[in-house]
Ligand binder design. Structure first.
Ligand code: ADP
Length: 599
C-alpha cells in the first residue's frame, strides 16, 4: 500500500512545489513592477514640474520684450517711413543691439501687411527683411491688438523658435507688429541635460501631436499619432514646421492624446537605436499650448527582474526544502518513536521472559542445593542414625532402671535417673532440630551471622561421622565473634560438604586428622585441611565443576560446584590446594563485616 502511494505522493509534492514556484515568481514579478511603477510615478511628476518650471522660466524672460519695445516711438516712425533706408538701418542696429543684450534669437518688425521691414538679422544670409509673415498666428494676434505667442520652425532660418509678438499702435491704429523669436535649441539642450541626469527622455508636443522639443534626436518633429493625408496637408499648410512633411513615430499601443488616467500609460516608441518602452507622464502647459512628456524608461525596472526572480526562486526553494525537511524529520521522529515503543515493548516482554526463566532457574538451583544437601545428609545417615540411636538406647536403659528403682522405692536414685532422661531427651531434640533446620528447604535468608555459630552447627551434623570414622578433629576458633553477611544454613551446607568430603577422602588413610581454622585479616578465612591423599593436580579446577565425582557411592558430583556458587553469592571465594604435609586444603574467603554493619 505504502509503496504504491509513495511515487504518487512524490509526484503530488513535485507538482505543488512547481506550482508554488510559479506563483512565487509571478508574485515577485508583479510586486517588483508594481513597486517600481508606484515609485516611478511621483518621481516623474516631480520631474515634469521641474521641466515646466524650467521652460516657464526660460520663456518668461522674453515675453515682455515685444511690449517694452513697442513703446519706443522710433518703431512706429520706422513703420511709417519704411522706405527710408537710413531710418530702417537705424532700427536694424537697434534691434541687433537689443538681440545681443537679451540673447533672443531674432527681433523683427512687421508692417500692416506682415512684411518684415526691419530685423536684428538684417546682415545675416537668412535675413527676415522682405519676408512676409502674415500667415503666422502671432501676426494675426498682434494685429488684433493682443500679445501673441507661437512656436514654429522659422521659414527663413529653418530653426525652431518660440515667438512673442506685440502690436505697434498709434492713436488706436495698429501700424505693425514687433516680434521676438527665442531659439528653442538652446532651451532644448538644457532640458536634454536635465533629462539625461534624471534618466528619462523628454518630449514636448503641441495640439497637433507633433513633437517640437525632444531629448531624443529621432523624435524631433515627428508625430505621436499616425497622420492621414488630410492632417498631413493641414500641418503642411500651416507652415508651422516650415516646408517639412511630418511623419509619425510607430507608437505601440497607439498614442492616445485624450487619455488621462491616474496610472500613466506605457508606450513602446522607436528610439535612436531601436525601440524601448516608456511610462508616459504628461502635463499640459496651456499658455504655450504644449504637452510636456516625461518618458521614464521601463528597461531598468525589467533589468532588475532576473536577479530578483532568481533570488526569490532560491529563497522559495530554500523555504520549501526546509519545510519538507522538517516535515520529513517529524515523520522520522514519529517513526523512531514508534520503533522505540515497539522495542521497549519487546524488551519488556523479553525481560519478563528472562525474569520467568531466572525464577525458574533459581527454583531449579534451590532444588539442586536441596538435592545436594540431602545427598550429603544421606552419606552421613549411618552415623546420624547412630547418633540418635545411642541416646535413644540410653534413654531406654535409664527408663528401665528407673522402673526398678521405683519398685524398690529408691525415690532419690529414680529422681536422678529421670533428670538424666530429661537431659537425654533434650539432647535428642537438639540433634533433631539441627537436622531439621539443616535439611529444611529454604530460599536463603541473608543476615549478619557469627561464623563460630555456623561452624558449630555444621559440626553438630558431621560429629557423629567424625567419631564413627575415628577422625581427629583440631579446631582453631577465635574467642571474639567474626561476622559475615549471608545465609547461615547455606554456609553450614558448604562446611558440612567440605568436612564430609574430607572424611571420605581420609577413609583409606592411616592417620585421619581434620584441621579447621577460622581466622580474620582483611577477610574472613575458613580453612579445612585433611590428611587424606589430596586432590590430583590435574583435577584441581575440575572438582568444582558440576557432576564431577570420583565417589563410588552416593556422590552426585554436585557438592563442590554448589558450594562454590553459595560462597560466590556471598561475594566470597573458595579454592583448593594440596597441603605440604599431604591432604587437601580448602580455603573459603568471605567479606568480613563489622558488628554494626547491616545491623
Ligand atoms: P561428590 O562428593 O559427590 O563426589 P563433590 O563435588 O563434593 O562431589 O566432590 C567432587 C570430587 O572432588 C570428589 O569426587 C573428589 O574426587 C574430589 N574431592 C573433594 N574433596 C576432596 C578431598 N578433601 N580430598 C580429595 N579429593 C576431594
Amino acid at each position: 500500500m505504502q509503496t504504491q502511494s509513495s511515487p504518487r505522493k512524490r509526484l503530488l509534492i513535485s507538482i505543488l512545489l512547481i506550482a508554488g514556484l510559479i506563483a512565487m515568481l509571478k508574485l515577485t514579478y508583479w510586486y517588483h513592477l508594481e513597486q517600481g511603477f508606484s515609485r516611478a510615478l511621483p518621481l516623474a511628476n516631480r520631474q515634469l514640474e521641474e521641466v515646466i518650471n524650467f521652460i516657464d522660466g526660460a520663456l518668461i524672460r522674453y515675453e515682455s520684450i515685444p511690449h517694452v519695445l513697442s513703446t519706443n516711438p522710433l518703431l512706429a516712425k520706422a513703420l511709417k517711413l519704411s522706405n527710408d533706408s537710413n531710418e530702417i538701418k537705424h532700427i536694424n542696429r537697434y534691434f541687433e543691439e537689443i538681440q545681443h543684450v537679451t540673447e533672443a534669437s531674432d527681433i523683427y518688425l512687421l508692417n500692416q501687411s506682415g512684411d518684415a521691414v526691419a530685423a536684428s538679422n538684417w546682415q545675416k544670409p537668412y535675413s527676415f527683411i522682405g519676408q512676409n509673415y502674415a500667415f503666422r498666428p502671432y501676426y494675426t494676434e498682434a494685429m488684433a491688438g493682443r500679445l501673441g505667442s507661437y512656436y514654429a520652425v522659422g521659414t527663413s532660418s529653418d530653426t525652431r523658435g518660440f515667438y512673442f509678438s506685440y502690436p505697434i499702435q498709434e492713436k488706436g491704429e495698429v501700424l505693425g507688429v514687433i516680434v521676438v523669436k527665442v531659439d528653442i535649441a538652446d532651451i532644448e539642450e538644457q532640458l536634454t541635460g536635465l533629462a539625461k541626469s534624471g534618466q528619462y527622455e523628454l518630449a514636448i508636443s503641441g495640439d497637433d501631436q507633433v513633437i517640437f522639443v525632444a531629448s531624443m534626436d529621432s523624435w524631433r518633429l515627428k508625430s505621436l499619432v499616425p497622420l492621414d493625408e488630410n492632417s498631413r496637408q493641414a500641418i503642411y499648410q500651416s507652415r508651422r514646421y516650415a516646408n517639412r512633411i511630418i511623419t509619425a513615430l510607430t507608437v505601440k499601443p497607439p498614442y492616445s492624446p485624450f487619455e488621462h488616467s491616474v496610472t500613466a500609460p506605457i508606450y513602446q516608441i522607436p528610439t535612436d537605436d531601436g525601440k524601448a518602452q516608456y511610462i508616459d507622464s504628461r502635463s499640459e502647459m496651456t499658455k504655450a499650448g504644449w504637452n510636456v512628456h516625461v518618458m521614464t524608461p521601463v528597461k531598468p525596472l525589467y533589468s532588475a527582474l532576473p536577479p530578483l526572480l532568481m533570488l526569490s526562486a532560491c529563497l522559495y526553494l530554500l523555504a520549501a526544502l526546509g519545510l519538507l525537511f522538517s516535515l520529513e524529520r517529524r515523520k522520522n521522529m514519529q517513526r523512531m518513536q514508534l520503533a522505540q515503543q515497539l522495542l521497549e515493548h519487546r524488551v519488556q516482554e523479553r525481560t519478563q521472559e528472562l525474569q520467568d526463566a531466572n525464577d525458574k532457574l533459581q527454583e531449579t538451583q534451590d532444588e539442586l542445593v536441596q538435592a545436594a544437601k540431602l545427598t550429603v545428609i544421606g552419606s552421613l545417615s549411618a552415623s546420624i542414625n547412630h547418633e540418635i540411636n545411642q541416646p535413644l538406647a540410653a534413654l531406654r536403659s535409664y527408663a528401665q532402671n528407673t522402673q526398678i528403682l521405683l519398685s524398690r522405692n529408691m525415690q532419690d536414685k529414680a529422681q536422678e535417673n529421670l533428670t538424666t532422661i530429661i537431659s537425654l531427651a533434650d539432647r535428642l531434640a537438639d540433634i533433631v532440630s539441627q537436622f531439621k533446620s539443616f535439611t529444611r528447604k529454604n530460599k536463603g535468608q541473608d543476615k549478619l551471622t557469627d561464623i563460630r555459630a555456623t561452624v558449630e552447627d555444621a559440626l553438630t551434623i558431621v560429629t557423629p561421622e567424625i567419631e564413627k570414622q575415628h577422625v581427629e578433629l583440631q579446631i582453631q576458633i577465635p574467642d571474639t565473634p567474626l561476622r559475615f553477611f549471608g545465609d547461615k544454613v547455606r554456609l553450614q551446607q558448604v562446611l558440612v560438604n567440605l568436612i564430609s568430603n574430607a572424611i571420605t577422602a581420609m577413609q583409606q588413610s592411616v592417620e585421619r586428622r581434620l584441621n579447621i581454622t577460622i581466622s580474620a585479616g582483611d577477610q574472613l578465612c575458613i580453612e579445612i585441611r585433611d590428611s587424606g591423599p589430596g586432590v590430583n593436580e590435574s583435577q584441581m579446577e575440575k572438582i568444582f565443576e558440576p557432576y564431577f565425582t570420583t565417589s563410588q557411592r552416593q556422590g552426585l558430583g554436585l557438592g563442590l560446584s554448589i558450594s562454590r556458587r553459595i560462597v560466590e553469592s556471598m561475594n566470597g571465594s573458595i579454592t583448593v590446594a594440596n597441603a605440604a604435609s599431604g591432604g587437601a586444603e580448602f580455603k573459603i574467603l568471605l567479606p568480613l563485616c563489622p558488628a554494626e554493619e547491616h545491623a
